[in-house]
Design a protein around this ligand. Structure first.
Ligand code: SAH
Length: 217
């Protein structure tokens, strides 16, 4: 078999696995078929890029499991003309998937090194509608608010107040909540005229949302 055949088989298995874990939205599946996860994993993990598991990245963080990326993108349901904020860039994989689904993505990581590398990886993937920033995402991005959609990819005990405030009326925020080393729930927050609705989606496990910037960076 040629390498091209190997790649095609791997991608087919990848999509099959996503579907079997509940990722059924055609736009999301298409976006995930298009983005090469291999560009977002550390070199020696390359052979596992299409396995449905989280993998270690720099700064003691992880790249999320593909099926979780799919389920979160599906729950977020971004429209093509939306402005989306992601908290927790990591290597930029989730941002790359969101970039296929919507007009503009802002993504923030508290590790400058991760933000810089994500910028390089996204450029390599020829994605130009993502802005990567270094900062404490707990405060959101007031200068670009309000957002149609907000996705948090690190777990907080409760949804951070500034993020709730920066969500448009009619907007959706998806985030894991719960204590960092215990089982967390992925929840969907919908803002309406007079308040917020909360739906619990599924149990997940994410690295913690850490307040403040790392020392010495
Ligand atoms: N979205 C990534 C997952 C990254 S893991 C993916 O597509 O694979 C979660 C990330 O959240 C880590 O990189 C971590 O540095 C970042 N993070 C944790 N607390 C943060 C905060 N307060 N502000 C911004 N980023 C934060």
């Amino acid at each position: 078999m040629t390498t091209d055949d190997d790649d095609a088989t791997r991608k087919m298995q990848f999509l099959f696995q996503l579907r079997s874990r509940g990722v059924t939205d055609a736009r999301v599946l298409k976006a995930m078929e298009k983005v090469d996860r291999g560009l977002f994993v550390e070199g020696h993990f390359g052979p596992h890029a299409y396995d449905d598991m989280p993998l270690p990245i720099a700064c003691g963080q992880t790249i999320s499991q593909p099926s979780v990326v799919g389920l979160m993108s599906q729950a977020l349901a971004p429209e093509p003309r939306d402005k989306v904020l992601e908290i927790g860039t990591g290597t930029g994989y989730q941002a790359a998937v969101l970039a296929q689904l919507t007009r503009r993505v802002y993504t923030i990581d508290r590790h400058r090194r991760l933000a810089r590398e994500a910028e390089r990886r996204l450029a390599e993937a020829q994605i130009s509608n993502v802005t990567v920033l270094t900062g404490d995402g707990c405060f959101g991005l007031p200068e670009q608010a309000p957002f149609d959609r907000i996705l948090v990819t690190a777990a907080a005990e409760d949804p951070p107040g500034p993020l709730l405030q920066q969500l448009k009326v009619g907007g959706i925020m998806v985030l894991p909540v719960g204590q960092s080393d215990m089982v967390q729930s992925l929840i969907k927050v919908t803002r309406h005229e007079t308040g917020y609705d909360y739906d619990e989606l599924l149990p997940v496990r994410f690295v913690p949302l850490v307040e403040g910037m790392p020392k010495g960076e």
